[in-house]
Design a protein around this ligand. Structure first.
Ligand SMILES: [Ca+2]
Length: 306
């Protein structure tokens, strides 16, 4: 099987770093471009972090910097979870910057998509500002997008608001543009991240695998998406896991609406599992996870890294 082309839009972010490591080292994926956005930390930091990861894995993958903040909402980062730099806990060499494209993220995505001889999967691991702008500014790219596989949203409780997830609630208008775009969407939300935490023994196995495992273990010690003792949430890795091994998920093809008006619910994903809203299906949503299989998959994936 030839490898599948993907573009990753991301805000690394410790769980982003795990997802990127998996993708860059998967023989099944051909990472054509990484684009960055302000999210977990500022776009300056997320771009720097993406460049560090590409250098760490010695991959020839270009990086393009995108939006500094949401379309309308105020920018509020998650440095309380990922540390001030976004990838706290490991000292990477300073990237030389040779992989950084002069184009903006949206231009680079357009160029990469239009130059591709086959449809490209867009993997969104961050607030969807760049993806929304891409779809609005360059609508001709739609036919080149196989689908958008995203980490975002939730079927139940939230991690930014009571019922809202960080990536969607950080830029609700962008998420609304993406979910109403007509491009096929697969959504791995908070539920699967919570349903398949990395246990202490899993983190220790990862540490002992290789250089990459040691790098992640030292970042895990600073990650506040759980803890090394209580278990770690690997949210963004689920987008990559769904892309590579969808059978480990239970899914439902449903309508997902993005709440834009609620004074207490703005940024909620209304995952209409029971069809109350009588709206056409716009997403395949992960509703369940085989946790044991995910953990084994993740450890095997990191074992393939340097
Ligand atoms: Ca992320």
């Amino acid at each position: 099987m030839s490898s599948r082309p993907i573009i990753i839009d991301t805000d690394p972010g410790i769980d982003d770093a795990v997802a990127i490591a998996v993708a860059l080292n998967s023989p099944e994926l051909d990472v054509r471009l990484i684009t960055t956005v302000g999210g977990n930390v500022s776009v300056e930091h997320t771009t720097d972090n993406a460049l560090k990861l590409v250098d760490f894995f010695e991959k020839d993958v270009p990086v393009a910097a995108g939006a500094a903040g949401p379309l309308i909402a105020e920018f509020v980062d998650a440095s309380d979870i990922h540390g001030a730099s976004g990838m706290e806990g490991y000292e990477f060499p300073e990237p030389d910057g040779s992989k950084l494209l002069p184009q903006t993220a949206v231009e680079a995505m357009r160029d990469t998509l239009m130059a591709s001889d086959k449809p490209v999967t867009l993997v969104s691991l961050a607030p969807m500002t760049n993806v929304a702008l891409l779809l609005k500014v360059f609508p001709q790219v739609r036919e080149k997008i196989e689908r958008i596989v995203l980490m975002g949203g939730t079927c139940g409780r939230g991690n930014k608001g009571v019922l809202s997830e960080f990536n969607v609630a950080s830029d609700p208008e962008a998420a609304a543009i993406v979910f109403s775009s007509g491009v096929p969407i697969a959504m791995a939300g908070l539920d699967v991240g919570w349903g398949a935490m990395l246990r202490p023994e899993d983190s220790e196995r990862i540490r002992d695998l290789n250089e990459t495992g040691k790098m992640f273990y030292s970042m895990f010690g600073h990650y506040r998406g759980g803890s090394l003792k209580t278990g770690l949430k690997m949210y963004d890795a689920h987008a990559m896991a769904y892309l590579l091994d969808p059978d480990m998920y239970e899914t439902a093809d449903v309508y997902v609406g993005i709440e834009l008006d609620g004074s207490m619910t703005k940024g909620c994903t209304l995952v209409d599992l029971r069809g109350y809203l009588h709206k056409p299906v716009n997403a395949t949503v992960c509703t369940g996870i085989d946790a044991e299989r995910f953990r084994t998959w993740l450890i095997d994936s990191i074992a393939r890294c340097r």
